[in-house]
Design a protein around this ligand. Structure first.
Ligand SMILES: Cc1ncc(C[n+]2csc(CCOP(=O)(O)OP(=O)(O)O)c2C)c(N)n1
Ligand SMILES: [Mg+2]
Length: 910
C-alpha cells in the first residue's frame, strides 16, 4: 500500500462516543506525523508498544480479526487491467445469456430437469477474469497448468464458455441434464465419471471441493519434496459459495493450509450473501465472519467488496461515516438494496447520516442502484487475482461480494427464490437480453436461442487467443495411459506359505506394504496414508525406515530419538500421517489416486483407517473418489463387530461392507488369510496400474492373531479369491470310512466363512463331523459384493438375450444341483452374505453381527452376536432338520450340548 493517507475510517470506533475530540485529534496528528516522517515500521512498533502498555495497565482491546468493510487493495494500488475490457464484457454477456438459455430451454422442453441460472450469474466475472488472464491450461505435456475446482452449480457457465470455444455443440447444449437420452449429453454438475474428457474434480457435494483442494495443494508439495514431479508453480484454485462455507469440510482444514504455507492455493469465495433458502448471514456479514476465520487461521485475505464506481465516493468521504455505514449494514439489508429501487438505497443506507446524503446528492436513484459490487468488476477481480498469485508464504482467500442472480432483474436478482429459478418469461428474457445487449430478435426470444458469434469474430478470436497463450482450454481432463509395471515376483511368494505363528491380517498387510515400498520401481510411488493410527496398526516400523512427510523436515529432536523406531519426520518422508482427520486423509487419498490424471504420474495410495470411521464418516468423499476415478486401496483396519472387542459401540464395525456395497466401481474384500490378501492386492495393482481400470479397493483387516494356512493348490483358488468365494477345506473324512474324503451318505452342508470368523467356521466343521456326523465343506467368502455383481451381470445378460444359453453366475456354478444348506458366518451384518442369497440352490442362512457393538472378550461377544462356532453348528443342524435330513431332536439336544441359552437377548434389539 502506498503512503497516501486514506480517508478517515470509523470502522473500529464507529458509533462510539468521543469524550474528548481535541485530545483524540492531538493523538492522531502525532501518530500521522510518525507515519509520515519515520515511516510505517516505526508506526507499527509504537502501536505494539501501546498495546503492551495496555495489557500492563489492564486496558485490553476487544479482539477483532477484521479489517474495514472495504476492498483490501485500494484503488491507488490496482494494477492496470491486463485485457480488452470491451471484448471481455461482450464475451461475458454472451456466456451469461447462453448459460441462462441452456437451463431455460431444458426446462421448457422437459419440465423438472432443473439446473441453475443464478449461481453463474453472480460468478461470471470471477471465472471470466481467471479464464482470460490467470488459469493456466494443461500445456504441451497435458499435465501442466493450474488445478481448478469449479463450483458445481456454476456448471452452465462453464459449458457456455466451452460452447463459444467450439468444444461443445448446440446439440450438447440442448442435452444439458439428458445424459442418457443423448449421447454426449452434459452432466448436471462436474462429474469426471460421466464426462471423463472434460470435468476433473467433482465439487457439487458442498464442502468436498474446498477440502480436496487443500489436500491437493499439499499433495503437490509432497510430489515436489519427494522429487517425483515439480508442480510447485501449478496453482490450485477452489471456487466455492458463501453458503458452502457452512459445511464443516469447507473450513475444517484451513489451518492445515496455513500451517503448511500452501501459497500454491487460492480460494475464491463467491459471496453473493445468499444460499438456497435465503441469506447466508442476514443478521451479520458473511465476508467479515469469513475474514476473521481465515485471518485467524493464517491465510492471506483479500476482500473484493466494492466496484470501481464506489472509489470516488470512498475517496470523497471525509467524515469516515461511509465506511462506518458500510460496516454497520447487515447482509440482510444489503440484499434488500438489490431488490429495492435506488430511492430506497438512498433513504435507508445513505439516509442514516446527513453527511452521506450530501455525499450522493449528485447521484440519481438509478446511478445509486447501479453502483456495482466488487465481484462484478473485472478491474477489482483482476487486482485480487494478481495479488493472490504473487503472494508468497501462505494460502490466499479472495472474498468477493456479488449479487445472486445478477442481471436477472425481477426474475430473480437478489430474491430469496433465485437459486431455484429455471424458467424465465418472455418479458424477463427481454430484460436480460437488453441489459446484456444480446443480438437476439423479439421473435426469437420465446425460444431462448443460443447466441454464437462466428468463428472469425473478434470475440471468438480473442477467447481462443487467450486460452492459447495460457496453455489450452479448461477444464480438460487428461490421463496417463502408459502402464506402470507392478512386481511379479519377490513380494508375494512368502505370503503363500503357512505361518505357524499367530498373526493378524493387519500385520500381514504391513508386511506386504513394506515389501511394496522396497520395490525399486513401484516403491517410491506408494503413498501410505494414516490418520493418527499407525501404532494401532503396527505400522510404526515404517516411521524410521520411510519417514513421515513434513515439508519442513524435523525441527526438533523427537523424544524417542534413541529408539530404533523413532518418530522420524522428513522432507522426503513417504508416509502421510495426516493427524486425526479421516476426511483430510481421504482427500489426500484422492489427490494421490488421481495423480495419473492430474499429474500424469501413477501414485499408489494405501489409506488405512479404523474401519468404523471410514464409510460411515466419510462416505460422501468416497463417493466423490469413485466419481473421480481414483485408484488405490482403502484399508478398513480393526474390522469386525466382535473382533475389535474392547472398544464398544462406537468403534466396532459390523457394517462397513454394507456401506461399501453401494459404490459401483469399488471392489470390496473381507479376506481371512495372508495369501488371500496378497492375491487381492497383487490383482488390484495389476488391474489399476497395468490394465488401467478405473476401480479402487476396500479391504478389511483384523487385529486377531491366528495361524495363517498355506495357500491351497490350484488356479481355481486364486480365481475364487478374486471372484469372492472358493472351497477352503472340504468336509473331513467320514469316521466310518476314514480313508476316504467322500461324504458318503452323511448329511451335507456348506459353511461360508469370512475374515476373522473363519476360525469359528473351521471349528464348527470339526464339531459337526465329530459329534453329529455332518459333512460340511468350509468355503472362504472373500467378497459377497463381487459375487453379487457377477451374478447381477450374468442375470441381466440372460434377461436381455432370451434366445441364447443363459449365462451362469460364478456363484451358481459352485453350487449347481447341490441342495445342501449353506450357512454363512461373518463379523459383518447378515445383509452382507444375503447379497448372494437368491442365486443359491440351497437356502442361505446367514449369521452376522446385526445390532450395536459392546465391549467384552471376543468369545463372549461372538456368543452374544450368535456367530461363534457353536452357533454355526446349531444353524447347520437346524437347516438340515428343516430339510428333513436330520431329526429335530438332534437340534434340540444340540442347544443343550452346545450350552446355548435359547432365551438369551436378541443382539439386534439390545
Ligand atoms: C452437501 C450438500 N448439501 C446440500 C446441497 C444442495 N445445495 C445446492 S446449492 C445450495 C446452496 C448453495 O449456496 P452457496 O454455496 O452460497 O452457492 P451460490 O449458489 O449462492 O453461489 C444447496 C444447499 C449440496 N449440493 N450439497
Ligand atoms: Mg451464495
Amino acid at each position: 500500500m502506498n503512503n497516501a493517507s486514506r480517508t478517515p475510517l470509523n470502522w473500529y470506533t464507529g458509533g462510539e462516543e468521543d469524550a474528548d475530540v481535541n485530545e483524540t485529534e492531538e493523538w492522531l496528528t502525532a501518530f500521522e506525523q510518525v507515519v509520515e516522517i519515520e515511516g510505517r515500521d516505526r508506526a507499527c512498533f509504537l502501536l505494539k508498544k501501546l498495546l503492551e502498555k495496555g495489557y500492563e495497565k489492564d486496558v485490553v482491546l476487544p479482539f477483532t480479526g477484521n479489517t474495514p468493510y472495504i476492498n483490501t487493495i485500494p484503488a491507488s494500488e490496482e494494477p492496470p487491467y491486463g485485457g480488452d475490457r470491451a471484448i471481455e464484457r461482450r464475451l461475458k454477456s454472451i456466456m451469461r445469456w447462453n448459460a441462462m438459455a441452456m437451463v431455460v430451454r431444458a426446462n421448457k422442453k422437459y419440465a423438472g430437469l432443473g439446473g441453475h441460472i443464478s449461481t453463474f450469474a453472480s460468478s461470471a466475472t470471477l471465472y471470466q477474469v481467471g479464464f482470460h488472464h490467470f488459469f493456466r491450461g494443461r500445456g504441451e505435456s497435458g499435465f501442466e497448468g493450474d488445478v481448478i475446482y469449479i463450483q458445481g452449480h456454476g456448471s452452465p457457465g462453464i459449458y457456455a464458455r466451452a460452447f463459444l470455444e467450439g468444444r461443445i455443440t448446440v446439440e450438447q447444449m440442448d442435452a444439458f441434464r439428458r445424459e442418457v437420452s443423448v449421447r454426449g449429453g452434459l452432466s448436471s454438475y462436474p462429474h469426471p465419471w460421466l464426462m471423463p474428457g472434460f470435468w476433473e474434480f467433482p465439487t457439487v457435494s458442498m464442502g468436498l471441493g474446498p477440502i480436496s483442494a487443500i489436500y491437493q495443494a499439499k499433495f503437490n508439495r509432497y510430489l515436489r519434496d519427494r522429487g517425483l514431479r515439480d508442480p510447485q508453480n501449478r496453482k490450485v484454485w477452489a471456487f466455492l459459495g458463501d453458503g458452502e462455507t457452512d459445511e464443516p469440510e469447507t473450513l475444517g482444514a484451513i489451518t492445515l493450509a496455513a500451517r503448511e504455507k500452501l501459497d500454491n492455493l487460492i480460494f475464491v469465495i463467491n459471496c453473493n450473501l445468499q444460499r438456497l433458502d435465503g441469506p447466508v448471514r442476514g443478521n451479520g456479514k458473511v465476508i467479515q465472519e469469513l475474514e476473521t476465520a481465515f485471518r485467524g487461521a493464517g491465510w492471506n485475505v483479500i476482500k473484493v467488496i466494492w466496484g470501481s464506481d464506489w472509489d470516488p465516493l470512498i475517496e470523497a468521504d471525509n467524515t469516515g461515516l461511509l465506511v462506518q455505514r458500510m460496516n454497520e449494514t447487515l447482509d440482510g439489508e444489503y440484499q434488500k438494496y438489490v431488490v429495492e429501487p435506488g430511492s430506497y438505497f438512498r433513504q435507508h443506507f445513505f439516509g442514516k447520516y446527513p453527511e452521506l446524503l450530501e455525499l450522493v446528492k449528485d447521484y440519481s436513484d438509478e446511478q445509486l442502484h447501479a453502483l456495482r459490487r466488487g465481484g462484478h468488476d473485472p478491474v477489482k477481480v483482476y487486482a485480487a487475482y494478481k495479488a493472490a498469485v504473487e503472494h508468497q508464504g501462505s494460502p490466499t482467500v479472495i472474498l468477493a461480494k456479488t449479487v445472486k442472480g445478477y442481471g436477472l432483474g425481477e426474475a430473480g436478482e437478489g430474491r430469496n427464490v433465485t437459486h431455484q429459478q429455471k424458467k424465465l418469461s418472455e418479458e424477463e428474457m427481454r430484460f436480460f437480453r437488453d441489459r446484456f445487449e444480446i443480438p437476439v430478435s423479439d421473435q426469437e426470444l420465446p425460444d431462448a436461442p443460443y447466441y454464437q458469434p462466428p468463428a472469425d469474430s473478434q470475440e471468438v478470436q480473442y477467447l481462443r487467443e487467450r486460452r492459447r497463450a495460457l496453455g489450452g482450454f479448461m477444464p480438460n481432463r487428461r490421463v496417463r495411459t502408459e502402464p506402470t509395471p507392478i512386481p511379479r515376483t519377490g513380494v508375494w511368494e512368502r505370503f503363500f506359505e503357512a505361518v505357524d505363528r499367530d498373526v493378524s491380517t493387519t500385520m500381514v498387510f504391513v508386511q506386504i506394504l513394506t515389501q511394496l515400498m522396497k520395490d525399486k520401481e513401484l516403491g517410491p510411488k506408494v503413498v501410505p496414508i494414516v490418520p493418527d493410527e499407525a501404532r494401532t496398526f503396527g505400522m510404526e516400523s515404517l516411521f524410521r525406515q520411510f519417514g513421515i512427510y513434513s515439508h519442513v523436515g524435523q525441527l526438533y529432536e523427537p523424544v524417542d530419538k534413541a529408539m530404533l523406531l523413532y518418530y522420524r519426520e522428513a522432507t522426503d518422508g513417504q508416509i502421510l500421517e495426516e493427524g486425526i482427520t479421516e476426511a483430510g486423509s481421504m482427500a489426500s487419498f484422492i489427490a494421490a489416486g488421481t495423480s495419473y490424471a492430474t499429474h500424469g504420474i501413477d501414485m499408489v495410495p494405501f489409506f488405512i483407517f479404523y474401519s468404523m470411521f471410514g464409510f460411515q464418516r466419510i462416505g460422501d468423499l468416497i463417493w466423490a473418489a469413485a466419481d473421480m476415478r481414483t485408484r488405490g486401496f482403502l484399508l478398513g483396519a480393526t474390522a469386525g463387530r466382535t473382533t475389535l472387542n474392547g472398544e464398544g459401540l462406537q468403534h466396532e464395525d459390523g457394517h462397513s461392507h454394507v456401506l461399501a456395497s453401494v459404490v459401483p466401481n469399488l471392489r470390496a474384500y473381507d479376506p481371512a488369510f495372508h495369501y488371500e490378501l496378497a492375491v487381492i492386492i497383487r490383482d488390484g495393482l495389476k488391474r489399476m496400474y497395468e490394465d488401467r481400470e478405473d476401480i479402487f479397493y476396500y479391504i478389511t483387516l483384523y487385529n486377531e492373531n491366528y495361524p495363517m494356512l498355506a495357500k491351497p493348490e490350484g488356479d481355481a483358488v486364486e480365481e475364487g479369491i478374486l471372484k469372492g468365494l472358493y472351497k477352503l477345506r472340504p468336509a473331513p473324512a467320514s469316521p466310518a470310512s476314514p480313508a476316504s474324503d467322500a461324504p458318503g451318505d452323511r448329511p451335507r452342508a456348506h459353511i461360508l466363512g469370512s475374515g476373522s470368523l473363519m476360525g469359528g467356521a473351521l471349528k464348527a466343521q470339526e464339531i459337526l463331523a465329530q459329534r453329529y456326523g455332518v459333512a460340511a465343506d468350509v468355503w472362504s467368502a472373500t467378497s459377497y459384493k463381487q459375487l453379487r455383481y457377477d451374478a447381477l451381470e450374468a442375470e441381466r445378460w440372460s434377461l436381455l438375450h432370451p434366445d441364447q444359453e443363459p449365462r451362469k453366475p460364478y456363484v451358481v456354478s459352485l453350487f449347481e444341483g447341490d441342495q445342501s444348506p449353506i450357512i454363512a458366518v461373518t463379523d459383518y451384518m447378515k445383509s452382507v452374505p444375503d447379497q448372494i442369497a437368491r442365486w443359491l440352490p440351497g437356502r442361505l442362512f446367514p449369521l452376522g453381527t446385526d445390532g450395536f457393538g459392546r465391549s467384552d472378550t471376543r468369545e463372549v461377544l461372538r456368543r452374544f452376536f450368535e456367530v461363534d462356532a457353536e452357533f454355526v453348528v446349531l444353524a447347520t443342524l437346524h437347516q438340515l432338520a428343516e430339510r428333513g435330513a436330520i431329526d429335530r431332536a438332534v437340534v434340540r439336544q444340540a442347544v443343550a450340548d452346545l450350552e446355548i441359552d435359547p432365551e438369551k437377548p436378541n443382539p439386534l434389539f439390545s
